[in-house]
Structures are given as C-alpha cells and as structure tokens.
Write a protein that binds this ligand. Structure first.
Ligand SMILES: Cc1cc2nc3c(=O)[nH]c(=O)nc-3n(C[C@H](O)[C@H](O)[C@H](O)COP(=O)(O)OP(=O)(O)OC[C@H]3O[C@@H](n4cnc5c(N)ncnc54)[C@H](O)[C@@H]3O)c2cc1C
Length: 410
C-alpha cells in the first residue's frame, strides 16, 4: 500500500503501548491513523516492565531499537530466591539469552517506553493523536466505521482497532463478555533512585523472592539509575481498579512470615501504587467486520510471564502486515490477524496463570518447585523458544544489536 494521507484513516481507540504501536506500525505501511485516547495526555503511569527477546525483534522492525536501548536496562541474571527461607533456588544468565535468540532481554520504565513510541508517532504525518477523546459508542456502517466520544464528537474511519485495554469498550461491541476475571492477586509497584536502594542489593540482576501466595521482584531500571519493585500478594479485599495507592499496613501483614531480607526491603518504600490483577480466558474471535481488538482488549493476561505489552507490540506488527497483504480489505485482514495470533496469545494467557502458581507455591509444593527448578537448570534450563523464538506470523529479523549489560554504581 502506498501513502495516501487523504484516505479514510483507521481509528485506533486507546493510546497506550498497544494503540500507539499499532498507529506506528500502520503508518509505516502508509496508512493514515487517528488515535483517540480518553486521557488528557499520552502518558503511562506504573513502573518497570520486562521485555523479552521476542519484542526486541519487533522494535527492530519498527525502527525503535536505538531509542529503546538508550532508556532500557539490561540485567545480567535472573535469580529466584525462596521468600520463606531466603535461600537461592536458581540463577540464570539472561544476558546469555542473546546467544540463543539473537535478541536481548531487557527492562524499561513503562513511561520511557511509551514516550519512545509516542515520539516516533509524532514524527509521522500519517498519525493524528487525539487526547481527551473517550469513545463511548462505535458502529460498523458496512463501508466504514463511526465512533462517538463522551464529549459529543463523531469520527469516521475505514476501520477500527480497539486498543482500549482490560476494561475495553470496543470488546463489549464485539465479544460482549462483560467484566474481566478478578484473580484475587494484587500488585504493588514502586520505583526508587538507585542511591536509595540498599547497597548489598544494587546488583545487575532481577531477583524474585517467591513463596506462599506472594512474591517480590526487584531489578535495575533506566540505565541503572532507578530500582523497580513489584510485590504481589493474594487478597480478596479488592474487586477492580487501576492506578490507586496501596496500603503499606496490609503489605507488611501479608509478608510478616517472610524471611528477614524481604521484610527489610519492603520497608524501603513509603508509597506504593496498586493494581488489582485481572485476566480473561482466551477467545478465538475478537474481530467483527471492520473492527478488531489488540493487546489487553483482545487477550488480557496476568503479568507472571511479563508479556502483556510484548504481545500487544507483536499484535501491532502482525496486524499491519495483514492489512498490507489484504490490500486494504480490512475485514479479511482482521480475520487473518486473529487466526494467526489467537493460539500464541492463548498460550501466554494460560502459562501466565501457571507461572503464578509456581511463584506462589507453599509447603511441599514450594519444596518440590525448588527441587524441579534446580534439576531443570542442571539439565540446561527451561526451553522458552516457544515464547522468545521467531514466530511464523511475524517478520523474520536476522539479529538485534547486542547491548552492554547495565553496570551499577555500587
Ligand atoms: C503489575 C503489572 C506488571 C506488568 N509487567 C509486564 C511486563 O513485565 N512485561 C510486559 O510485556 N507486560 C507487563 N504487564 C502488562 C502490560 O502492562 C499490559 O499488557 C499493556 O499495558 C497492555 O497495553 P494496551 O495498550 O493493550 O492496554 P493499556 O495499557 O491498558 O492501554 C489502554 C489505553 O486505552 C485508553 N482507553 C481505555 N478506554 C478508552 C476509551 N473508551 N476511549 C479512549 N481511550 C480509552 C486508556 O486510557 C489507555 O491509555 C504488566 C501489567 C501489570 C498490571
């Protein structure tokens, strides 16, 4: 397809990581896009996210590698410790994943990632970014789509991609399956300057303290200038929510039986942001005519495999390729895109739940977990090719440049 800024745009509902990446990927194919975002700014809240080798291939396709490298951190290892006893269970060299996948494993602040994608979108004359537009209704008119916003505006486009996240309005139009599943797991997240993080833990590592319905993960962020903490525990006190503050008293109570280093590390943070973790069971059909879904709107998942944003970015690249291949026949492209994506994303949704069980195991199951993980490591580690390896529906990338491991000031 060739660039024609006069053509009817594709409407993207939601300007998070998925929506902005979709806009960028479509613009790279010469397709004009309007992004309707309910918030007043294109801005991420939250903390760090992990980026598997699979998503670095997509950054290469989208021309984002250099920008992401400048803001990311690249830890050397991932260590799991038992949060009840404090013992080290296994340690894997994640910098060595590069040798296998020709792409690195990194971590980045969500805001830094969104800013990089936003910068790239602003550099395209095919993308119109429209903040303060909360979409309240959509309709497929047969030869196009129309959306209405809360502010009373109407937008018309050739097709629509719902990138409006976990509580997607567009999903209700297509799937109509109501609210997401509340997992009963709560995440508290915080980011600290590295100077405020205890010296003995200023390591170029991701450390996960796992056990008994909780885990704590910490890792360096933003070239090693920041430290990221994520704490997850089970609680039935919350129904749903996003962007609210956590209660340190509840946190300390949930971790009162954990080993001393974990309790001490949690005291380093005074203010936590809270997320009520939800997902949905996988579905096969998330497109209808000229409307489709992408990212969390299509396949929300728990965060235990650290892949929700990575999947949204893969979706965007796959979708743009299918639109190009279908020569602008959106209904065909959307059907093909979901056919190519649903089993991969379903596997990640299901495996994320399984990993949650592994992290939060207790008593005999926890001991068994530790034993099995050590055995796996001794045999060469768990094969993650299904997740990090190249996928037939995504463009082949020979290799991504190899970054330096992030060094920390001790
Ligand atoms: C604790 C936690 C840790 C995580 N860690 C990782 C990780 O390590 N690695 C990883 O890859 N992923 C991780 N994720 C998952 C990742 O954050 C999500 O999968 C990702 O943000 C999904 O992006 P999205 O664009 O689909 O949805 P969102 O980020 O939710 O964006 C949706 C956008 O749509 C807008 N919107 C909603 N409704 C409307 C409307 N009606 N009209 C207009 N705009 C609307 C919203 O304002 C928002 O900007 C984690 C998630 C959590 C909760």
């Amino acid at each position: 397809m060739s660039a024609n800024p006069q053509a009817a745009p594709v409407l993207v509902v939601g300007g998070g990581i998925g929506g902005l990446t979709a806009a960028l990927a479509l613009s790279r194919k010469g397709i004009p896009v309007q992004v309707l975002e309910q918030a007043a700014e294109f801005k991420e809240i939250g903390a760090g996210i992990q980026l598997g080798p699979n998503v670095f291939r997509m950054f290469e396709v989208l021309g984002l590698t250099d920008a992401v490298f400048r803001w990311a951190a690249f830890p050397e290892a991932l260590e799991m410790r038992d949060s009840m006893t404090g013992e080290s269970v296994v340690e894997m060299r994640i910098d060595k994943l590069y040798d296998r996948y020709h792409a690195p494993y990194g971590v980045i602040h969500r805001a830094d990632l969104l800013d990089r994608i936003h910068d790239a979108c602003r550099g395209s004359n095919l993308i119109e970014l429209l903040p303060s537009r909360k979409v309240v209704s959509i309709e497929d008119t047969g030869n196009g789509v129309t959306v209405h916003t809360e502010g009373g505006e109407t937008y018309k486009g050739a097709a629509l991609i719902g990138c409006d996240g976990l509580w997607s309005t567009v999903r209700q139009h297509i799937v109509g399956d109501g609210k997401p599943v509340v997992s009963g797991h709560i995440a508290y997240r915080a980011v600290l300057p590295t100077a405020d993080w205890p010296k003995e833990y200023r390591l170029p590592k991701m450390i996960i303290w796992a056990g008994d319905k909780t885990h704590l993960v910490h890792y360096p962020l933003r070239r090693g200038e920041l430290f990221n903490l994520v704490v997850v525990f089970h609680s039935d006190r919350y129904e749903e929510g996003w962007d609210s503050y956590g209660d340190p008293a509840e946190l300390h109570e949930r971790f009162s039986e954990k080993c001393e280093p974990v309790r001490t590390l949690l005291k380093k943070v005074n203010s936590w942001k809270m997320w009520v973790l939800c997902d949905r069971p996988p579905i096969k059909n998330w497109s209808k005519g000229r409307i489709t879904l992408l990212g969390d709107a299509a396949h929300p998942m728990l965060q235990y495999l650290a892949q929700g944003a990575c999947m949204a970015i893969e979706d965007a690249v796959c979708l743009a390729n299918q639109i190009e291949a279908a020569g602008g026949d959106y209904a065909t492209a959307f059907r093909k895109y979901q056919e190519l994506r649903y089993l991969r994303t379903a596997r990640v949704q299901i495996m994320a739940r399984v990993y949650g069980e592994v992290y939060h195991a207790n008593n005999v199951v926890r001991e068994l977990r530790n034993k099995v993980l050590r055995e796996w490591l001794a045999q060469g580690g768990v094969d993650m090719s299904w997740l990090y390896g190249e996928q037939p529906e995504l463009p082949h990338v020979d290799s991504v440049p190899q970054p330096e491991t992030t060094r920390l000031v001790s």
